[in-house]
Structure formats: structure tokens, C-alpha cells
Design a protein around this ligand. Structure first.
Ligand code: SAH
Ligand code: MG
Length: 211
């Protein structure tokens, strides 16, 4: 039987632009991991950006630039993305891909471990913050996100279910860290948040609104 993710991919796959369609395979051929967002998350990010009038975006975890291209595609003329990436190889590939997408002027990739680079952004605010880097630091990233947020900022976090790891009694370090992140997101009264299943319920994306 067809799964909902396969169905959605068939339904929408042909409407994705040429570049986005070819990037994942190309990156895999170059030895980069295929851990980019699924298309349903790309579409959700685009809808959130358009409906909330998002202009300033912070992304944690660039990889080969796939999710930032999804977001950059719908950003207004004066929109801007700052994306943080620890691996220099990923930074190189993502910059090349951003240029191919014609988005090099809108997306700025900063190299370094996110926790080292985030202090450079102190004092700025972002309309949408997309957390998708190392899972063990998600709670630290949430603390930073709240510092860099204003009323109405959207905080979106990928991979918040991890095949149920977050609810398992014997989860690994990443699973435990993610469970803690989910709890913080749910309990923080400054936030209104929810968890949306992705990848046939194998994973989830969390969306939080800063009140
Ligand atoms: N958002 C991307 C996928 C990101 S995968 C997309 O969907 O297209 C996670 C990325 O986070 C990897 O490229 C990895 O190198 C990077 N990363 C891991 N630890 C990091 C850290 N401490 N700081 C910044 N980036 C990190
Ligand atoms: Mg992810």
C-alpha cells in the first residue's frame, strides 16, 4: 500500500523546482549525508514564512543548503537568512548551491559550531528560527532562540520524534536530549507549540510561536 509520504511526494514532487529536485542525489554522490528535510517540511516552512511575513531567518545546520533554498525561494526582496554550519565542506557545498539558486545575496552561511557563533548574533532578532543541527544541543539552541526572538517569532525544530526515541525508556544521548527539548518547548509559557508528524510518522517537526 502507498504510504502518505509517498503519496504526497507523487502529488507534489513534480511541482518542485529542478534544482531542489536534483540537489539531494547530487549531494549523496559527493558523499554528503542525505539528512535534509523532507519536502513536506520545506512546504510547511514556506507557508509559515508567507503567512507570517517572515523576513529575517536564522537556521542552525545548513548541510548542502537544501532547507535554506526552500526558505530563500519565498523570501521577499529584503529578506535575509543567516545559516550556521560546523563542517567546512558543507559550508562550501551549500554556498555553491545557494549561488546556483540565485540566492547568494540572501543567504549568509557562517562557519563554526553554532554555540560558538551564536554570540555574534546577540542583540539581533529573527522572525523565524529553524533548528536542525546536532540534536544533543537542541535545548541550548532553544535558550538562544528565545534570546534572539521577538513577540511573534516562529521557532521550528526538525527531527523531534526520531522514530519514537524521545519516548523510549532506553533512549540514546540524542533521544534523551530531544525528549528534554520537547518538554521545554511544551512547558515554556512564553511559547505556544505543537508537534507535527513527518516521514510517515517516523519523525516530526515542532513549531512554536513566541507569545
Ligand atoms: N537543514 C539541513 C539539514 C541539516 S543536517 C536541510 O534540511 O537541508 C545537520 C547539519 O548540522 C549538518 O550539516 C552538520 O554538519 C551540522 N552540525 C552538526 N553539529 C553542528 C554544530 N554544533 N553547529 C553547527 N552545525 C552543526
Ligand atoms: Mg533535520
Amino acid at each position: 500500500m502507498t504510504t502518505i509520504s509517498e503519496y504526497a511526494q507523487d502529488l507534489y514532487g513534480t511541482t518542485a523546482d529542478e534544482l531542489l529536485r536534483s540537489l539531494p542525489e547530487e549531494a549523496q554522490r559527493e558523499g554528503l549525508p542525505a539528512i535534509h528535510i523532507p519536502d513536506e517540511v520545506g512546504r510547511l516552512l514556506q507557508i509559515l514564512i508567507l503567512t507570517s511575513g517572515v523576513k529575517r531567518i536564522l537556521e542552525l545546520g545548513t548541510l548542502f543548503g537544501y532547507s535554506s533554498i526552500w526558505m530563500g525561494r519565498v523570501l521577499p526582496e529584503d529578506g535575509h537568512i543567516v545559516s550556521l554550519e560546523a563542517e567546512t565542506r558543507h559550508v562550501e557545498v551549500s554556498r555553491r548551491n545557494h549561488a546556483r539558486a540565485g540566492l547568494e545575496g540572501k543567504i549568509e552561511v557562517r562557519t563554526g559550531a553554532a554555540l560558538d557563533v551564536l554570540p555574534q548574533l546577540e542583540g539581533q532578532t529573527f522572525d523565524l528560527i529553524f533548528i536542525d543541527a546536532d540534536k544533543v544541543n537542541y535545548s541550548n539552541y532553544l535558550d538562544w532562540s528565545l534570546k534572539l526572538a521577538h513577540k511573534g517569532t516562529l521557532i521550528v525544530a526538525d527531527n523531534t520524534w526520531r522514530h519514537g526515541d524521545v519516548a523510549a525508556s532506553e533512549a540514546d544521548e540524542s533521544g534523551r536530549a530531544m525528549a528534554e527539548f520537547n518538554r521545554k518547548l511544551a512547558e515554556d509559557r512564553r511559547l505556544l507549540s505543537t508537534l507535527i508528524p513527518t516521514r510517515d510518522c517516523g519523525d516530526a517537526v515542532s513549531v512554536a510561536y513566541v507569545r
